[in-house]
Design a binder for this molecule. Structure first.
Ligand code: ARG
Ligand code: ASP
Length: 718
């Protein structure tokens, strides 16, 4: 009798839930094609990934290595998120030409703006090289021995290929080192800014709405790949011309409906889906809360100053957004892990794992070993969390001391010539640093964060020089005495002779305290941490292999590691809490509902208000005459998937991925189909903004707009 109750529950946890998984594009045929078809996909696996003919993958690029973008015209036009293009947009902006505030639309290709350092990288081919890479690796080897064999094998493998500077080959581990794949890539270094909406569209809702549904952000921007005269990859040059891609993605004007098949194709950065329950428990009850508490305090202080003073707000806006982005994600993650009972589910899985291991007489005892190692490592890893969040990040003066230490070490180890080179780089960095820095705010953050560290860390992990001292008093002393609280003072120091400069740095009590703390971590925390970590990593590698062998009925996908993946699901709403259901689509009407005139997060431009009043949506409205803005899907995405195309059953673009819902951010650790949703901008909103809002008709003209659902165009695009 009992079995009947247990079995369905167990099956539920074993099956990768619909939507879960970041799949390797070259394995879709074997692993996913039939399921994708059963969910409504009309494509074949080789339409998505093929080496021999143009396929969807030929329209996907790793954008600068941190986001995804897709080619949407035969002239190399690239679509990505506004937040992915943000730094480049900002670098072209000034008070007179404020592209962040006002948007920018190049009227022709000559007005498209170059971005040194930005690249677009395509995947040409993926090959399984596990046999080559793992040759000579034996079970008895230590982790270090194993790694050195692997490193040599990878080097040997790579040496078989001669590559020019635009072609790259990378070999990467998958499934915790049980599989190795080679990626042949081609890189284009001339990627120009073509167009961007103003922040009031591209970043509408800013930090308040970040990670939140319902969402109304038009988070997109347009770039273009330029290639050499023969369409070959090239560095930035006047002779370059728009790139002709192997494939560009048609854009659907037919939109989406709840239940429609969706697929997201891009470069997810990092996930940890196969951790033991104890690791998940430690993230949820220790690591996330510690990091959240430190950032809570820092953000509160920044916010107080930002709300009081406009120039402070401008200075701190970008910093605040970056710090708040992970902070808010961790809060959602910890809550989601708890509310979906992730630890309990992992424990149920582990019980079954142990049972099967006993039966197979292999892999027994892994879970207790994990428990022992993670327990032993908890203290060190928590100290490192506080250390990395407080002195190494959010107390900016202490963080700056780390850069000064590099200068000191360069001088002492490599001499004056290298010192001077390093000093030039450091000066440039510091000059920029102080533009967005206020010593008063930082001092207040220092006082608050030092206290948090003192309250949470054993005395031996705090700098002895702070013992028994009030941090208020200490803050006054350190910030009062340091010659590095402003660029004015710092540049005077850096202008002195090398020896004098080094002496001043080393005599600064702020520097001394930072170094004292650094040494505690280096000598008393890291060795223990790294020793445990190495053992955990090799155990994880065995555990991964064991899971795959003992659960042959389960389909496994490798954790994200910034390589190209396909994830698929459906357009789907969700139930965030009792009695509440969220619809999967938002509309322009919702933008107007959120409108707060003059507010820096929720202002709306007059032009958009007018278009809304006139219902002047061109062919981009849905059947009911409303203009869709964003929609939700059950696609399994993570950081790095930003800018990834949302693709329909036929291979057309229907949207642009840019975020996830807050309740489901724990999908990085434990995907749960009930509340994990990705957020996409509707392609029709993107087109509407380009066409109706910006009047950039020339861009619409180079795209291929299609009607896969067979509807006739209501109106010709004006
Ligand atoms: N949460 C999204 C992601 O992790 C968007 C971040 C950009 N937006 C922001 N307000 N910081 O990257
Ligand atoms: N916003 C993330 C990104 O920039 C995507 C996510 O974490 O869902 O890649």
């Amino acid at each position: 009798m009992r079995l009947i109750y247990i079995l369905p529950a167990l099956l539920l946890t074993l099956q990768a839930s619909a939507g879960e998984g970041m799949w390797l594009p070259h394995l879709l045929k074997a692993l996913n094609e039939s399921e994708m078809k059963s969910m409504g996909m009309k494509l074949k696996a080789e339409d998505i990934y093929s080496v021999n003919k143009g396929s969807l993958k030929d329209a996907i690029v790793h954008f600068g290595g941190f986001c995804t973008a897709e080619v949407i015209s035969s002239q190399g036009l690239l679509l990505t998120n506004h937040h992915c293009g943000y730094d480049n947009i900002q670098s072209h902006s000034s008070l007179e030409k404020n592209y962040l505030r006002d948007g920018y639309w190049a009227k022709n290709t000559t007005e498209e703006l170059t971005n040194p350092g930005l690249f677009a990288r395509f995947i040409e081919e993926i090959a399984d090289v596990s046999t080559d890479v793992l040759k000579g690796v034996t079970p008895g080897m230590s982790a270090a021995e194993k790694q050195s064999v692997i490193d040599i094998n990878i080097r040997n493998y790579k040496s078989k290929f001669t590559l020019d500077k635009f072609h790259e080959l990378e070999v990467r581990p998958f499934f915790a080192g049980n599989q190795y794949l080679a990626f042949f890539m081609v890189r284009y270094n001339d990627v120009r800014l073509v167009g961007t909406p103003p922040e009031s569209i591209g970043k509408f809702g800013a930090d308040t709405d970040n990670w939140v549904w319902p969402r109304h952000t038009g988070d997109f921007s347009l770039f273009r790949i330029y290639a050499g005269p023969n369409n070959e990859p090239a560095d930035i040059s006047e002779n370059n011309k728009p790139f002709t891609p192997k494939h560009s993605m048609p854009i659907s004007l037919d939109g989406i409906q709840e239940g429609d098949f969706t697929m997201v194709f891009g470069f997810p950065g990092r996930t940890d889906e196969y951790l033991p329950s104890i690791a998940v428990d430690q993230i949820m009850t220790h690591s996330d809360p510690a990091k959240i508490a430190v950032r809570d305090a820092a953000l509160n202080i920044m916010n107080k100053y930002m709300r009081n003073d406009e120039s402070t707000r401008l200075k701190y806006a970008s910093k605040y957004a970056t710090i708040a982005n992970s902070w808010k994600k961790w809060i959602g993650e910890a809550k989601g892990l708890k509310s979906t009972n992730a630890v309990g589910k992992k424990k149920t899985f582990e019980a079954e794992f142990e049972k099967r291991a006993m039966k197979a007489k292999q892999y027994t005892g892994l879970i207790p070993q994990f428990n022992a190692l993670y327990t032993a490592n908890l203290e060190a890893s928590l100290v490192r969390d506080y250390f990395s969040e407080a002195p190494n990040r959010n107390i900016e003066m202490l963080r700056l001391m780390g850069s000064l230490r590099n200068l000191v070490q360069t001088y002492e180890k490599s001499g004056e010539k290298d010192y001077l080179k390093m000093k030039d780089r450091l000066s440039a960095f510091m000059q920029e640093f102080y533009q967005d820095f206020s010593a008063d705010i930082d001092k207040e953050i220092f006082v608050s964060l030092m206290q948090i560290c003192r309250d949470n860390l054993a005395k031996k992990y705090m700098p002895a020089s702070t013992e028994g001292k009030s941090f208020e008093v200490l803050g006054d002393v350190l910030y009062g005495a340091s010659p590095f609280t402003s660029w004015e003072k710092s540049s005077a120091v850096l202008g002195k002779s090398p020896q004098e400069c080094i002496d001043i740095i080393k005599n600064d009590p702020m520097y001394q305290m930072a170094m004292e703390w650094n040494e505690i971590i280096r000598l008393n925390v890291n060795p223990e941490f790294e020793k445990n970590r190495r053992q955990i990593d090799s155990l994880q590698s065995i555990y991964m292999k064991a899971q795959m062998e003992l659960f042959p009925e389960k389909k496994f996908y490798p954790d994200a590691n910034s390589t190209l993946r396909v994830t698929y699901g459906k357009v789907q709403g969700y139930k965030p809490k009792d009695a509440v259901y969220y619809n999967p689509v938002t509309y322009l009407d919702g933008v107007m509902e959120k409108y707060v005139p003059g507010d820096y997060e929720f202002d709306v431009s007059q032009k958009l208000i007018q278009l809304h009043e006139d219902k002047d949506y061109g062919p981009y409205a849905d059947k009911t005459g409303k203009l869709p803005v964003c929609f939700l899907g059950s696609n399994h995405t993570t950081g790095g998937n930003s800018g990834s195309p949302a693709i329909d059953a036929h291979g057309n673009l229907i949207g642009l991925n840019f975020d996830r819902v807050w309740e489901g951010t724990m999908s990085d650790i434990n995907y749960d189909a009930s509340i994990c949703r990705n957020i996409m901008v509707d392609a029709r909103y993107v087109l509407f903004v380009i066409d109706k809002f910006a009047g950039a008709k020339r861009l619409i003209d180079e795209m291929k707009l299609v009607h896969p659902k067979g509807k006739k165009m209501k109106k010709k695009v004006k």
